[in-house]
Write a protein that binds this ligand. Structure first.
Ligand code: ZN
Length: 111
């Protein structure tokens, strides 16, 4: 089963899975990304993605008002879920490595 999911004006995904439920799962989860920041109940959010030194890829929704992020999580068994709570990542706060996607400036230097 195939599904086309339009996330925004620029990103349209084609999802194809053997099982219909898998296609439905991915299409529905990805399309229903959090659209209101739970930190500030603020305005627009954008989809964002980054990658760390170990080539782990992170997909986030970022609040344009306060900068808080909600991450796309992945189930070990396959499939996705959105963290519904937006979190503000403070560069100086220590946290588990997998909880803090590093940020890079335009020159590729970690900031
Ligand atoms: Zn916010």
């Amino acid at each position: 089963m195939k599904a086309t999911v339009k996330l925004n004006e620029r990103v349209t995904l084609m999802i194809e899975e053997q099982k219909e439920m898998e296609t439905l799962h991915k299409a529905i989860i990805l399309a229903n990304y959090p659209k209101v920041c739970s930190k500030c109940n603020g305005g627009a959010v954008i989809l964002d993605s980054n990658k760390d030194k170990e080539a782990n890829v992170y997909v986030n929704v970022v609040c344009l008002k306060c900068g808080a992020k909600a991450k796309l999580g992945q189930y070990k068994a396959g499939g996705y879920f959105w963290h519904r709570d937006f979190e503000i990542y403070n560069k100086n706060q220590s946290a588990q490595a997998d909880e803090v996607p590093p940020e890079f400036d335009e020159n590729g230097q970690e900031v």
